[in-house]
Ligand binder design. Structure first.
Ligand SMILES: *[C@@H]1O[C@H](CO)[C@@H](O)[C@H](O)[C@H]1NC(C)=O
Ligand SMILES: *[C@@H]1O[C@H](CO)[C@@H](O)[C@H](O)[C@H]1NC(C)=O
Ligand SMILES: *[C@@H]1O[C@H](CO)[C@@H](O)[C@H](O)[C@H]1NC(C)=O
Length: 321
């Protein structure tokens, strides 16, 4: 009797400790399989970055199998069957935006495969509503030209920059997050893992991208699928997670010279796949890909059979009150 009373006391004080420790969060959104259709809205706008893309609505993407859900899988892809008529906006593809928005949170993206192919420009990112860059943007996984490693990037209004490379395993290619600098390059931290993007990522079975956002920093980790040091809570779909013992992320954005509270407001999660446009189009010339970007994308459907995301799930955790 006494010993079991003691044991439960120990358990109680241990969990009380966990509740107050910084870096401790509980699961609030578990998006898997069919529930992507409830958690996201499909956007059909013209790509603001001038991509050669025709974003379709949810019904069209469902009937044309550009999105496909099974119990533990959600596929989002571009059309790979049709030549695109010259007067069209571009190749059919999908852009989804989460209905919920988030302030402090941890987002865990379990990604088995990401889009690859000449001219592709895929992204997993977060942004605040319509007044961009007010409210800020965080790019978690984004790139062009099939070439990694991945870079994670913040885009903000003027007056936000990063102090250096301390606290991360990656390295900054630009410190200033101000969207006005260098044509909206943003403060961008490149991963040290060559399997963090594109064909290499897919050969490694993908992995987990994780964003932690607090009032004073953002951190982004990537663990590839068979890395033994992926935290068990990330791998095993835990209800609670504690980021404090995860080690250095590849991208660490502290608030030393960036007031995160004013630069970032509530964010939606966005997943999109465009083609060519401002970045992928500009990089195409050095890509070793044939023809011009737009010509290639319009006329070679079979080159896009691997232009798809395969998600195991997206989980969002929020801090305990
Ligand atoms: C739709 O896509 C899924 C995933 O790629 C695939 O398994 C399935 O066979 C496709 N269905 C049709 C009708 O093509
Ligand atoms: C996705 O959409 C947003 C806004 O439409 C755009 O800024 C972004 O560049 C697009 N593509 C990627 C890969 O992020
Ligand atoms: C595109 O990829 C090619 C081949 O990997 C590489 O040489 C080139 O530097 C890349 N260009 C850009 C802009 O990423």
């Amino acid at each position: 009797m006494l010993s079991s009373f003691r044991a439960s006391l120990v358990v109680f004080s241990f969990s009380a400790l966990v509740l107050v420790s910084a870096g401790s969060y509980g699961l609030t959104d578990f998006i898997e399989g069919q529930s992507f259709y409830d958690a996201f809205e499909w956007e059909t706008l013209d790509d603001p970055t001038h991509g050669k893309v025709n974003y379709v609505d949810a019904e069209t993407s469902y009937y044309n199998n550009l999105t496909y859900a099974s119990q533990d899988t959600f596929i989002l892809r571009a059309d790979y069957k049709s030549v695109v008529p010259p007067q069209s906006r571009g190749r059919d593809s999908v852009r989804i935006v989460s209905k919920s928005t988030f302030m402090e949170h941890v987002a865990v993206f379990d990604v088995r495969h990401m889009p690859e192919g000449c001219g592709t420009w895929p992204a997993i990112w977060e942004v605040h509503g319509d007044n961009w860059p007010e409210g800020g943007e965080v790019d978690i996984l984004e790139g062009v030209n099939d070439s990694g490693p991945n870079a994670a990037t913040l885009h903000t209004t003027p007056g936000c920059s990063m102090p250096g490379n301390a606290g991360q395993t990656g390295y900054f290619t630009q410190f200033d997050c101000n969207y006005e600098v260098n044509g909206n390059t943003g403060c961008s931290a490149r991963s040290d893992n060559p399997n963090s993007y594109g064909p290499n990522f897919n050969r490694a079975g993908g992995g987990w991208y994780v964003l932690e956002r607090t009032e004073t920093f953002m951190k982004i980790w990537f663990w590839e699928r068979y890395n033994p040091s992926v935290p068990a809570s990330v791998r095993d779909y835990s209800e609670d997670i504690d980021t404090s013992n995860w080690g250095a992320p590849f991208a660490y954005f502290p608030s030393n010279s960036c007031d995160m509270r004013s630069k970032f407001q509530d964010h939606s999660i966005i997943i999109n796949l465009t083609f060519c446009g401002d970045w992928a189009g500009g990089a195409y010339g050095q890509s070793g890909c044939p023809s011009s970007c737009e010509d290639f994308v319009m006329n070679n459907p079979h080159a896009f059979t691997n232009a798809f995301f395969d998600f195991g799930s997206i989980r969002v955790y929020q801090p305990y009150e």
